[in-house]
Each structure stands twice: as structure tokens, then as C-alpha cells.
Design a protein around this ligand. Structure first.
Ligand code: GRF
Length: 204
């Protein structure tokens, strides 16, 4: 296990591709921590994540469904573009579509997803924070896991618990969960990059 830290020192620097549809605060956090971002792909050109990519001059692939006749064609175009950017690790940071099996296979073992619950609780939707509030649980949190073809069910790399406080709304609770996301997503990336470096040393 690596400690959650910023990216510095002699450790390998993974080129990241980020898939995002939302505000892009995880993307911003990774940039601020010095991670090299090789690509940002989005299905929502008007999202905060796309704005962060433009602001930082990052390669931005825009794949809104409206530009493609079918979802399969959109997914295929996104995969082609992503391959062309040669990322080492792909991160789903608020991507609101199920990732197609072809993409999972193309980057097998090197795609991470961040989900705002303690998986396997509240898996499979975009409303995990609301679900936790509705269920009346006292603790929720966030999880970073490897992406497999089963949604939200791949091996877990990092988790952080967040207590639900009296009077919490989806907004206040999500803000506290995100503070933990900014810590565990870099930690999971470091962990995966270190494991991959060790493997390639052993096999070279
Ligand atoms: C995060 O809460 C993440 O867990 C979920 O989508 C949100 C993305 O946040 N999958 P942001 O766009 O990085 O701010």
C-alpha cells in the first residue's frame, strides 16, 4: 500500500486519461497535485470537467451522444481517441455512462472508478449519496475500485468512511465525501502505478 501523497519524487509518473461528465473537481485536484493528464474525454462538452480541461490546455475529446447516430458509434469513437492519447491509467471521475466492455478490455487492469459510497453499498446509480440518506445509514463514504465489466463491482483499492450528520442534505454530505475523494483517488492511482511498475520490473 502506498501512502496517500502528492505525486512527486522518483516514483513512476503515470499518464492519466480522465473520463468525466460533471463538475470536474477530481480532475482539478489531480492537476493541482501534479499528475500528468494525457487526455480528458467527456460526453458533456458544457460540463465543469470540460471547462477545466480547456482552462489548462489539456487534450479534450468531446463525445456528446447528439453527434453520433448510435451509442455504439459514440463509444467506438471515444475508445479510438483514447487509445491515440496512450494513457497508462484511465480514471472514471464522475463519468455518467456505463463504460462499454470494449473499453474495459482495452485498458484491463488499469481503469479506476471513484464512486461516492462504501461499495458494495449503493452501487449502480448516479444517486449514491441520496440513496445513503434515504436508507438512514449512519456512515457512508467513497470507494476507488478497478473497473471490470460488472458495474461498480471491481476489486477495491481504497475506501474512506464519512459519517452522516443530523441535518445533512445531499449537498452537505456530498461535499464531505468529496473531501475524502480528493485524498483516496490519488492514493489509489499511486498504488496502481506502483504495482504496475513492480510487475514490469519483475517481467523485464
Ligand atoms: C464524485 O462524487 C464521484 O464519486 C462520482 O461523481 C462525482 C464527480 O465529481 N462518481 P467531480 O465532477 O469530480 O466534482
Amino acid at each position: 500500500m502506498t501512502t496517500p501523497s502528492d505525486w512527486r519524487g522518483t516514483a513512476p509518473r503515470p499518464r492519466l486519461a480522465i473520463l468525466a461528465s460533471g463538475r470536474g473537481t477530481n480532475l482539478r485536484n489531480l492537476l493541482e497535485r501534479g499528475y500528468p493528464i494525457a487526455a480528458v474525454a467527456t460526453n458533456r462538452p458544457s460540463s465543469g470537467a470540460a471547462a477545466v480541461a480547456r482552462e489548462h490546455g489539456l487534450p479534450l475529446g468531446e463525445f456528446p451522444q447528439s453527434r453520433f447516430p448510435t451509442a455504439a458509434e459514440r463509444d467506438a469513437a471515444m475508445l479510438r481517441w483514447l487509445r491515440g492519447q496512450s494513457p497508462e491509467i484511465v480514471v472514471l471521475a464522475g463519468y455518467d455512462r456505463i463504460v462499454p466492455a470494449e473499453l474495459v478490455r482495452a485498458f484491463a487492469g488499469r481503469i479506476l472508478n471513484i464512486h461516492p459510497s462504501l461499495l458494495p453499498a449503493f452501487a449502480g446509480g448516479m444517486d449514491a449519496v441520496e440513496q445513503a440518506l434515504r436508507a438512514g445509514v449512519k456512515i457512508t463514504g467513497c470507494t476507488v475500485h478497478l473497473v471490470t465489466e460488472d458495474v461498480d463491482a471491481g476489486p477495491i483499492l481504497q475506501q474512506a468512511g464519512v459519517p452522516i450528520l443530523d441535518g445533512d442534505t445531499a449537498l452537505t454530505l456530498h461535499a464531505r465525501i468529496q473531501a475524502e475523494e480528493y485524498r483516496i483517488l490519488p492514493a489509489a492511482i499511486n498504488e496502481l502505478a506502483a504495482a504496475r511498475a513492480e510487475l514490469s520490473e519483475r517481467t523485464s
